[in-house]
Design a binder for this molecule. Structure first.
Ligand code: FMN
Length: 495
């Protein structure tokens, strides 16, 4: 990181104090750090502390006539001086290089940086980024940014899981940000869950990865020729890029989702289908991807646009869907598999090669049906190691929705079933909203009516938390205790 320029924006969260340590660690690695604090951050740490630790004046104000005038008048002069110095001036304490300040107005702050880091990224800052607001120095700099952006969210678990934050984060990721963390654990507010800012050392590695992705480190300066050590460091950082890419609570995970209907041929031109639009499954794939998962979407025919950044496998029949799922899982085991597709239960036994002819004397053809493979049950019964850690099925019912879903969960060996009432009057098929019940071993949660995107984000947030429990080997009892402490919907008794 020698000589690399990092613009660190500190948001107003309880984790702001850790960002002072982040400044120190980045400078220890040779980086030049310029700090911007939001007004919220100034409630938790002082600009004085940030200035002392960064070796440069920490900035807080958008409307700063002196700085803007220096930026406007000094730009040309400074550019010439910077060119002569390779873009930096060696005048900081500890031998660190500092950016020539004269050319830095609020627009110049991002221009003068190699990477912009937001830590902690508050729910408020993420919302402002998602919507392009620019009403203070931090958000204006972020909107005017032309450099890679790494954000380290930190907030209360409810704020993190709120559908608004999920949507905003998905937008920020779609706009190119990398996300590191948050981590799961006890929070300052006394609750437990994902929301803690990633560890300082982890953020430092992520910054190094961003810088490595952008290009080679600058040439070592005289007296600092530790090329071998630095190179090893960068290799390590590069390896981490893979696990960090996409970032988020599901970073480094593989999520497989099935969606849409299957169509079962009667002959080469006719088929049996169902009313599934695929919207719920696509929303889940988008939500998983937004949380940083490598996401595979195995989809039957739909009218939907494939989500960006998701690996899409298009199939038509149930048989093809099963084969595609098995093939993908054999290549890359999944942490979470969500079976949201409306798979046809039966298919015509032996569709002819040629179109069935309608003749004046011919009786309507009789369709002999055979049962299709049960994709959910097949995958849920795979042996440990090949079975996804969390297998989630969908149950589309028109009566006794929850009871049928409970039976289905047990019969198929799924971990969770998302049950919904697809009676025509509910408008679920093809509609934008859904009212579901989450059926697990522990009981049933009745969720309120939500958009399909909200259902998707809620489900992926819970699935990600569940994986955390698996990873940490938490006891079931602990999970139940936590659930009781923070009910997410109307909770019913266990099955
Ligand atoms: C004690 C306390 C701790 C807070 N911690 C967080 C936090 O960790 N994450 C967060 O997003 N907001 C947190 N907030 C709320 C933010 O400070 C608030 O949304 C503020 O407007 C954020 O401003 P900023 O995004 O411009 O920094 C906290 C508020 C208080 C009073």
């Amino acid at each position: 990181m020698n000589g690399k320029r990092i613009l660190l924006i500190i948001g107003g969260g309880i984790a702001a104090y850790k960002s002072l340590d982040l400044v120190r660690r980045l400078r220890e690695r040779g980086a030049v750090v310029r700090v911007v604090l939001t007004a919220g951050a100034c409630q938790f740490i002082t600009p004085l502390a940030a200035s002392v630790l960064s070796g440069q004046e920490a900035l807080t104000e958008l409307f700063d006539p002196a700085r803007e005038a220096r930026g406007a008048n000094g730009a040309n002069e400074a550019n010439e001086a910077n060119e002569a110095n390779g873009g930096i001036e060696a005048n900081g304490e500890n031998g660190a290089n500092e950016v020539n300040e004269s050319a830095i107005g609020h627009i110049g702050l991002s221009r003068a940086a190699d990477v912009v880091v937001v830590a902690p990224a508050t729910a408020n800052l993420i919302a402002k980024m998602a919507h392009g607001l620019a009403d203070d120095l931090a958000s204006a700099v972020l909107l005017a940014r032309d450099k890679p952006l790494l954000i380290a969210p930190a907030m209360n678990v409810r704020m993190w899981e709120h559908p608004a934050t999920r949507r905003n984060l998905a937008q920020v990721i779609a706009d190119g940000a990398k996300v590191i963390g948050p981590e799961e654990g006890a929070m300052a507010c006394g609750e437990w869950g994902p929301g803690r800012m990633a560890a300082v050392e982890t953020i430092v590695e992520a910054v190094a990865s961003c810088l490595s992705e952008r290009g080679a480190e600058p040439s070592p300066r005289v007296g600092q020729n530790d090329e071998n050590g630095e190179r090893r460091h960068n290799d390590h950082a590069l390896r981490r890029v893979e696990t960090l890419s996409g970032g988020g609570a599901l970073g480094g995970r593989h999520v497989l989702v099935t969606a849409g209907p299957t169509i079962e041929p009667i002959d080469p031109v006719r088929y049996i289908a169902n009313r599934s639009s695929g919207r719920q499954g696509y929303a889940i794939a988008r939500a998983a991807q937004a949380l940083g998962a490598h996401t595979t979407l195995v989809t039957g025919p739909t009218q939907l646009t494939p989500p960006r950044g998701v690996e899409v496998v298009a199939v038509e029949t149930a048989q093809e869907m099963l084969e595609a799922v098995e093939a993908r899982l054999a290549q890359l085991p999944a942490d979470i598999a969500v079976f949201a597709a409306a798979v046809a239960d039966w298919r015509p036994a032996s569709p002819p090669k040629d179109k069935i002819k309608k003749g004046p004397d011919a009786a309507p053809p009789r369709l002999a049906l055979v049962e299709n493979p049960d994709i959910l049950a097949t995958i849920a019964r795979l042996p440990t190691g090949r079975r996804p850690t969390l297998v989630i099925g969908f149950a589309a019912e028109t009566s006794d929705v929850v009871e049928n879903a409970q039976k289905k969960r047990r019969a198929k060996g799924a971990d969770w079933i998302v049950a919904n009432d697809v009676s025509p009057e509910r408008g679920v098929f093809g509609g934008a909203r859904n009212t579901v019940h989450l059926v697990t071993e522990e009981g049933v949660e009745d969720w309120p009516e939500l958009s399909k995107d909200e259902v998707a984000h809620r489900l992926m947030a819970l699935a990600s938390a569940e994986l955390g429990h698996h990873r940490g080997g938490q006891a079931q009892a602990e999970r139940r205790a936590e659930k009781q402490a923070k009910p997410r919907g109307k909770q019913r008794a266990a099955e």
